[in-house]
Ligand binder design. Structure first.
Ligand code: MRU
Length: 328
């Protein structure tokens, strides 16, 4: 089962809101259904969002054939469904460049899909080589959020590196940060690691820097939603705290992402629109209140790790050693 694919004129996704309890596929036949799935995080993770953006335009081309205004509105809806991961708008724009030729749009969207699969395979090897070089034979890695196949199409980004290290027999353990408030770490990463037989334990997000200080983590490895031209890494909220912990403990902080996440048009992280998902996700979980009635909350879905805290950025094409002043 792929995380996201095009089947008989519709987008079929694994509904990530149902995991780890149930593996459910959703068939999305309209732009509105797809945009709703993106906003609810039924499909999520930067590379998967890039594919969703391109497929969304393919849906729009069919739904609004001969209606230029309706088509433009539908494409804008897809592009802006979530603001932070550059892949979404980039995937949508790439497909939209072929409009109104619905066949050419679909071919381009399928190319985005295929490229993400190839990227995951290539960056897994480069990333595993780097971890082996920096951390030796049996590293203990901390990861944050979910960067596996569920965040891409197959393989993933940082977790693809983890899977490759495990395949090589060169991994001691993964500590998966649970990733409040929506628990992508405990619901999704733990599920993927378990399926793959990778040894792992969960930790609450705030334990990360302390575990590093105690010498229990050899490197932090995670993904990105956008990598800015200066190397600032925009990723799931909590990443920055791990980066500060890694710097204090003197261990590497490695970001793994496809080139489709590198945004050279955005100079630095302070220019990125960080999605705020509203108070409800913080004051309750799965319909159960975890705060007193009336409590407000601030809920940035992402944060920015400044480039000087990042040891290296790994893509499918290159390893950029920011710690050696290499530039993107
Ligand atoms: O809000 P989400 O779950 O879409 O956030 C996802 C992340 O922050 C991931 O770490 C990032 O997209 C990298 S995925 C390979």
């Amino acid at each position: 089962v792929q995380t996201i694919e095009w089947v008989d004129g519709a987008v079929v996704i694994v509904d990530q809101t149902a995991l780890p309890g149930r593996t459910v596929q959703l068939r999305l036949s309209t732009v509105e259904e797809l945009v709703d799935a993106i906003r609810r995080l039924a499909v999520r993770g930067a590379p998967a969002l890039g594919v969703a953006g391109a497929f969304g335009v393919a849906l729009a081309a069919r739904q609004h054939a001969g209606d230029a205004d309706g088509l433009a509105r539908a494409v804008a809806l897809v592009e802006t469904a979530r603001p932070t991961a550059v892949n979404l708008a980039r995937g949508a724009r790439r497909a939209a460049a072929l409009l109104p030729d619905a066949g050419a749009v679909l071919a381009e969207a399928l190319a985005v899909h295929a490229e993400e699969i190839a990227s995951s395979a290539a960056l897994a090897v480069l990333g595993a080589d780097l971890v082996a070089e920096l951390c030796g034979v049996a590293p203990r890695l901390l990861t944050h959020c979910n960067t596996g196949a569920l965040a891409a199409v197959e393989g993933g980004t940082a977790l693809a590196v983890v899977f490759e290290l495990h395949r090589r027999g060169r991994l001691a353990e993964v500590i998966a940060a649970e990733t409040r408030p929506l628990l992508q770490g405990s619901r999704l990463t733990a599920w993927e690691l378990g399926q793959a037989g990778v040894p792992f334990r969960l930790a609450v997000d705030s334990a990360g820097p302390f575990l590093m200080a105690r010498g229990l983590i050899d490197a932090v490895i995670l993904g990105a939603d956008r990598i800015c031209a200066n190397g600032d890494v925009v990723n799931k909220v909590g990443s920055y705290a791990h980066a500060l912990g890694a710097r204090a403990a003197g261990i590497p902080f490695i970001c793994v992402a496809p080139e489709s996440t590198v945004d050279l048009a955005t100079a630095s992280g302070d220019l990125v629109d960080i999605e705020d998902r509203g108070a409800a996700e913080v004051v309750g979980f799965a319909g159960v209140p975890v705060a007193p009635p009336g409590a407000g909350a601030v809920n940035p879905a992402f944060d920015v790790t400044p480039h000087d805290l990042v040891t290296a950025i790994v893509t499918e094409r290159r390893v950029v050693r920011l710690d050696r002043d290499e530039k993107l």
